[in-house]
Design a protein around this ligand. Sequence first.
Ligand SMILES: Cc1cc2nc3c(=O)[nH]c(=O)nc-3n(C[C@H](O)[C@H](O)[C@H](O)COP(=O)(O)O)c2cc1C
Length: 288
Amino acid sequence: MEKTIFPPGKLDNIEFVVIFAKYRDKWVYSWHKRRQSFEHPGGHVEAGETALQAAKRELFEESGITDCEMIPLWDYEQPWDDGIRKNNGRVYAAIAHSLGELPESEMGRIELFDTVPDNYTYDREEALRDLVRAQAILDARMTVKHFGGEEKVMTYAVRYYTKTGNTKRLAEAIAKELGVEALPISEPVNEAVDYLFLGNSYYAFTIDPEVKTFVASLDKSKVGKIVNFGSAAMLNSTYKKVKKVADKVGIAMDEKEFHCRGEFKGIHKGRPNEEDIAAAVEFAKQYK
Ligand SMILES: Cc1cc2nc3c(=O)[nH]c(=O)nc-3n(C[C@H](O)[C@H](O)[C@H](O)COP(=O)(O)O)c2cc1C
């Protein structure tokens, strides 16, 4: 019997939850050890649990993910074959900022896919339709945001260039605050983001050529704005140097930036220090 779909929150008495987890633009599937096939994390809502609590628990048990944003996608009513009984379920998207460690469970491992894997436990055609629907809902949320709607679901990426580790430390603190991973600029920005936090510093009065190449390689349809951050021993900010390249690719620089002192050859020892890191975190908070 075909299930019926409703907007999320429409149905009461949710007995099942299913979680469509995404990590870095790929869908996360769990390998069921006994069934020898892939499936979405999900399961029963237990007594005393809300649907959301159940979804978070199932997601952790079956994928290891805890660091994520949960978005209710739709409710469904699944009639039984007897034509009388029904089960209500709710489907969530989980946008994972990092992958955790899979606890001991009926799942053997997780794998990332662009679409429903061939070896899928349930009806693959139906799952493909569900995935398209899920993506459409997630895209619509993005559209709302880009057109200045009420909903604010900001997306971020953090990239850094470092020679002596200072920028990396700032990047990691900022990324943690934003719930993303700090990556070196060797990692291209493949996903669409509202803000790209770019950490860089002065070396011999200019920014490293690799930083220029990175900025020049950015796709303006993917990066809303660049947020500059970094440290230097003497000079104040690399903002203008980065902006020069960003202008060429047509990506705006946010007018705000974060800058602090950075240790160099015994000058400004220990900087960025704890206070600098805390200030960087405060800076990042404004973008949430
Ligand atoms: C090779 C080199 C050249 C530098 N040149 C400058 C400079 O011209 N002006 C300045 O203010 N700081 C300069 N610094 C200091 C760095 O900007 C500062 O140490 C910064 O925190 C380094 O960040 P990182 O550890 O991420 O590479 C230089 C550092 C290095 C290693």
